[in-house]
Write a protein that binds this ligand. Structure first.
Ligand code: NAG
Ligand code: NAG
Length: 347
């Protein structure tokens, strides 16, 4: 630890923080009013829906951005890291019909519904407001009632579903898969709403409303579904254009194959290797990715780098630390600490 003392104006600290956060947030997204028209890779149907309801555009944009950053965070230490594949569409993150695409579809659906629902409660969208909950969750005589602004997951989900499903033409194998996975994502959101109540005199609930958990809780649940996703086949209905899904597991006493469960993510194709650059799928490969040593998980250098080896760098990173708010004039005093950080990067 370097024993240097710095006196810094709080204003300066704030300025520095501001600058940093701008460089993090400062995406190249156009102004909200134009986003629907300009965002790369949206279908005509998606643009139309996005423009239709005032206020919806901002909520959709935010939903997608939040969903994508959740996706990147959840998979930061995996070979597939939710990175952009090519320049065509900003939400094309995984090869079609794979387990990773299933995860992305479910997560984006949930994140969209989440943000639209929030926008409704904040009166940012003219067509919706709070959800009126009527159903009583238990049969017992209740001393409480639904009251206050419950989050409108119903409206959020219907927008999210329409948005996600107007991406490609109906009645293709991929669209049947999408439909299933969108529902899985929306169901996770619905099932994980949180009941918040005000307390009555005897410490029991008086007035309750439905709220949302932090989005990362939803992402984590969808990720655990990703780990258990089911391989399916899409079978064409006789004399019809549409498909239905079957797993490769048979019923115990019948010879036919089982349907996938409504709660599980499904995929049609096995994933390509994410190890190497593959232009066919626009996969960048794991060269340059950070990894950890001897964890025996997916972030382990031998797995992440696919046996190619890695560079080991020892970095000395400086930062302000032990700041004390000593003086009256709004100034604070900090030391400079040096952290030793070891960074491994795949060859
Ligand atoms: C698919 O069908 C739904 C109605 O079931 C419709 O809302 C949607 O726009 C259609 N998608 C496309 C791309 O045509
Ligand atoms: C994901 O990995 C690619 C290289 O494979 C890298 O360029 C990209 O920055 C990574 N994305 C994130 C969010 O870390």
């Amino acid at each position: 630890m370097t024993k240097l003392n710095f006196t810094l104006g709080v204003a300066l600290v704030i300025l520095v923080t501001r600058l940093n956060s701008y460089s993090v947030i400062g995406s190249k997204m156009p102004r909200p009013s134009l986003w629907c028209d300009k965002a790369r890779g949206l279908s005509d149907g998606q643009r139309k829906l996005c423009r239709k309801v005032p206020g919806l555009q901002t909520a959709i944009k935010k939903g997608i951005e939040k969903g994508l950053s959740e996706c990147e965070r959840e998979f930061m230490w995996n070979r597939w890291n939710c990175t952009l594949l090519g320049e065509k569409s900003f939400f094309q993150r995984a090869p079609d019909n794979t387990q990773e695409a299933a995860f992305t579809t479910a997560l984006l659906s949930a994140a969209l519904a989440y943000n639209v629902a929030l926008a409704c409660t904040e009166k940012d969208v003219t067509e919706c407001s709070c959800e009126e909950v009527k159903r009583q969750p238990f049969r017992e005589q209740s001393t409480w009632k639904w009251k206050g602004c419950s989050v409108n997951v119903g409206f959020g989900s219907s927008i999210a579903g329409r948005f996600m499903l107007s991406y490609r033409s109906n009645n293709t194998q991929s669209s049947i898969i999408d439909k299933h996975n969108v529902r899985v994502g929306l169901e996770v959101l619905k099932e994980n709403r949180v009941v918040k109540c005000t307390m009555g005199k005897r410490g029991n609930a008086k007035a309750c409303r439905l709220t949302l958990p932090p989005l990362h809780k939803i992402s984590r649940l969808i990720k655990s579904k990703y780990n258990k996703a089911t391989k399916v086949v899409a079978i064409k209905r006789r004399n019809k254009q549409s498909f239905f899904l079957r797993t490769n597991e048979r019923h115990t006493y019948k010879s036919n194959f089982k349907r996938p469960m409504k709660s599980e993510l499904v995929f049609l194709s096995h994933s390509p290797s994410y190890c190497y650059r593959q232009d066919k799928y626009r996969i960048p490969g794991t060269r340059g990715r950070k990894c950890r040593r001897n964890t025996l998980r997916e972030d382990d250098c031998s797995l992440m780098c696919c046996g190619r080896g890695y560079n080991r760098n020892v970095l000395h990173k400086k930062r302000f630390c032990s700041c004390s708010n000593a003086a009256e004039d709004g100034q604070c005093q900090c030391k400079v600490c040096t952290d030793v950080v070891i960074e491994n990067t795949c060859l």
